[in-house]
Design a protein around this ligand. Structure first.
Ligand code: ZN
Length: 109
């Protein structure tokens, strides 16, 4: 095997390693997405139940919609500001993120 072949084999081996790492990260992200989907579904059901109870107890739909708009407006002014630093790569990411968007590491807290 000549030097060129050795170099090509090294590059192929490195590419295989990078592909394995990317696959692992993608699988981790897919797990995060499934967990988030379950949380969203649970929260959706909770909101639906609360909304129906409020309406049954006499709260008007208009009042609920006005309160929803108020809560959403408050959320827009406070969300996205809290960040944490990834322990693995030092990237600043949203404190609400489950894993680092840069390196894929799980975030604490
Ligand atoms: Zn990171």
């Amino acid at each position: 095997m000549n030097l060129y072949d050795l170099f090509q084999n090294f590059k192929i081996s490195r590419a295989h390693g990078e592909a394995r790492n990317a696959k692992t990260r993608a699988e981790g992200i897919a797990v995060d997405v499934r967990l988030l989907e379950k949380k969203v579904e649970k929260l959706s059901h909770l909101c639906q139940a609360m909304w129906e109870i409020m309406e049954e107890d006499g709260c008007s739909s208009a009042r609920l919609k006005a309160k929803l708009a108020e809560v959403e407006k408050k959320s827009q002014t406070t969300s996205g500001k809290a960040t944490v630093v990834c322990d693995e790569c030092g990237q600043k990411v949203s404190a609400r993120a489950i894993s680092c968007f840069n390196c894929g590491a799980k975030l604490n807290g």
